[in-house]
Design a protein around this ligand. Structure first.
Ligand code: FE2
Ligand code: FE2
Length: 308
């Protein structure tokens, strides 16, 4: 239906959850469709080894797969696309340029929100020159003068997307934790309160995982060394204030964990990588599509590369 991209419904839904048909919702509960991709890890193979990566590391991801999924998302039609980081392999200028090119249609349509991942702040040089913000930034259009800009708040009708930056530079990147920090967490809390009063659903998005499910795959062992240092604060936030969902990447497989929420369980959704070359179903390159309304998450679909 979409080249080699297949479409499945509710792959990550827990038993008993259902996807509601569209467009059945009344106007006051209009559905907002959010597409979600992550962890593209774009790289120019010929320029490696560098920054601790070999040329073979580049072979784990395919820009072609990511492009196929972006084309499929355009064909399906979503109201907005969120990209939860690791657009690049090691934050090289050319890698950011490729990511900007790939996402240009979405940025120009005003339908794009991007947060950086740990690979987008991989080198001191990339951080010092504000490479991610200059080339991409929160709306994909790049910033002439890079300034701290998160939380980035995107109103989408009855739903508000709050994008946060969890990427932190460290001298040993493979062992550097992500962190949202007290200021962003305070802002996120205040935004959740405001949106609750306004009758809107808040969706949080950032790069790092909050919870690792027990069914780990051995090749993900490295990711456990790069956790979100203040994940406990996120768990507390969603327990105290209504959050429709938390979207993230960082782990290159798809999973959903529901944690106790203020009004009902809050889904934490990892979409996996949009470019990963893999046969395991949970690791196959994919994009997720979520249906939200003012009451929360109503449905989940997946576009999966190579699925029939
Ligand atoms: Fe990644
Ligand atoms: Fe990551």
């Amino acid at each position: 239906m979409y080249g080699r991209v297949g479409r499945t419904t509710c792959l990550t839904e827990p038993k008993g959850a259902v996807s509601i048909p569209r467009p059945a919702a009344p106007k006051e509960h209009a559905i907002v469709r959010i597409g979600h991709i992550s962890d593209l890890h774009l790289a120019d193979r010929g320029r490696y080894p560098r920054n601790g990566f070999s040329a073979r590391d580049c072979d784990r991801h395919s820009a072609k797969l990511a492009k196929g999924l972006l084309d499929a998302l355009r064909e399906v039609g979503v109201d907005h696309l969120v990209v939860t980081g690791d657009l690049t392999l090691s934050a090289e200028t050319r890698e950011f340029e490729r990511a900007a090119d790939m996402l240009r249609w979405w940025a120009e349509a005003g339908k794009l929100t991007v947060v950086p991942g740990n690979h987008d702040v991989w080198t001191a040089d990339a951080v010092d020159t504000g490479r991610f913000l200059r080339a991409i930034g929160p709306d994909g259009k790049g910033m002439r003068r890079p300034v701290p800009t998160y939380p980035h708040v995107v109103p989408l009708g009855d739903v508000v997307l709050v994008a946060l930056d969890s990427a932190r530079f460290g001298e040993v990147p493979h062992q550097t934790a992500g962190r949202l920090g007290a200021d962003q967490l305070r802002s996120a809390r205040e935004l959740c309160r405001q949106h609750q009063k306004a009758g809107k659903a808040t969706v949080l998005a950032f790069h790092h995982h909050v919870v690792l499910p027990p069914e780990r795959v051995p090749s993900d062992a490295l990711v456990a060394r790069m956790p979100l240092a203040d994940a406990d604060q996120v768990i507390r936030l969603v327990a105290e204030l209504p959050v429709a969902a938390v979207l993230h990447g960082h782990r290159h497989c798809t999973f959903r964990v529901d944690v106790p929420g203020a009004t009902h369980p809050t889904p934490i959704l990892c979409t996996g990588s949009a470019s990963r070359v893999a046969d395991e179903p949970v690791r196959r390159a994919r994009a997720s599509i979520y249906d939200f309304d003012a009451g929360g998450l109503r449905g989940v679909e997946a576009l999966v590369s190579g699925a029939t």
